[in-house]
Write a protein that binds this ligand. Structure first.
Ligand SMILES: NC(=O)c1ccc[n+]([C@@H]2O[C@H](COP(=O)([O-])OP(=O)(O)OC[C@H]3O[C@@H](n4cnc5c(N)ncnc54)[C@H](O)[C@@H]3O)[C@@H](O)[C@H]2O)c1
Length: 262
């Protein structure tokens, strides 16, 4: 996959899946517009990319705040008037149980994990239309189709919404030649999941994955770049599960299934 001469805007670029995607796209020739609310992490990222000879322009943003997205996209347009690929990876987890989830928690998770992707696609439309790549990839989750293990009800609801957003955007924006797809990662080792799990939890999860391990951020980056590249030029409105086979299991863990047959 060759991204030479292309510009990729990536939300949540300062960590985890967004960071790995930014690095993979930059190594294939893309200039990265790195978007994150963590300005210090963005600055460290810029220094690291500079040292490696990779092109990156950082912008601090709160994607859950429509005004912040609008102002940031105005600033992006000054330095990158055309965006070829938008990756919506920024997200947060919440762990409240159904009955104790507060209105604040519900609204915060929905605004970042669902509305944020809508705001970014909507505000970047002129820049996407000006680009040649014309692709958007939304980072959903296995929780979009099932139930979140690390997050709570708001997380599951928001991630399910991302697939609806993806389908509808794909349908409407097809007329502009813009493709919109989603990836649904299983358990990926990032700051988000490390902070929400214990060592014992992580061993248990690894044992449940048929391919035998947590995913790494670069496992998701590869799929994002495929969907965002010309190789996927006729793929739109779909979602790709990247989960080491986790969604194949029906109840018992993969290890238990094998043990019962030995
Ligand atoms: N890690 C997993 O197991 C997993 C599984 C399925 C889906 N996902 C999804 O993948 C995406 C990336 O998660 P990750 O695991 O890389 O997490 P991460 O915590 O490593 O990275 C998330 C990044 O998003 C940024 N961010 C958070 N809120 C923001 C906001 N309001 N505005 C701008 N930036 C903001 C954070 O600063 C951080 O840099 C998320 O949407 C997450 O829900 C993760």
């Amino acid at each position: 996959m060759d991204f030479n001469g292309m510009t990729a805007a990536i939300t949540g670029a300062a960590s985890g899946i967004g960071h790995a995607t930014a690095h993979a796209a930059a190594c294939r020739g893309a200039r990265i517009v790195a978007l994150d609310r963590d300005a210090q992490a963005l600055e460290r990222m810029r220094e690291q990319f500079d040292a490696d000879g990779l092109a990156l322009v950082p912008f601090a943003i709160d994607i859950g705040d429509e005004a912040s997205v609008r102002q940031t996209v105005d600033a992006i347009a000054q330095v990158a008037p055309a965006i070829d690929l938008l990756v919506n990876s920024a997200g947060i987890v919440s762990r409240g149980l159904f009955e104790t989830t507060t209105v604040d928690e519900w609204e915060r998770v929905l605004s970042v994990n669902l509305s944020g992707s809508f705001f970014c696609i909507q505000q970047m439309m002129p820049l996407l239309k000006a680009g040649k790549g014309r692709a958007v990839v939304n980072v959903a989750s296995l929780a979009s189709k099932r139930v979140s293990y690390t997050g709570g009800v708001a997380y599951t609801a928001a991630k399910a919404g991302i697939l609806g957003l993806t389908r509808h955007a794909a349908f409407e924006l097809a007329g502009d030649g813009i493709r919109v797809n989603a990836v649904c990662p299983g358990p990926v080792l990032t700051a988000m999941t490390r902070n929400a799990t214990s060592e014992a939890d992580r061993r248990k999860v690894a044992a449940m994955v048929p391919l035998g391990a947590w995913l790494e951020p670069h496992d998701i980056a590869g799929a994002i770049l495929f969907l965002g590249s010309p190789a996927a030029r006729m793929i739109t409105g779909t979602s790709l599960d990247i989960d080491g086979g986790l969604s194949l299991i029906t109840g018992s863990s993969y290890e238990e299934y094998r043990r019962a047959r030995q």
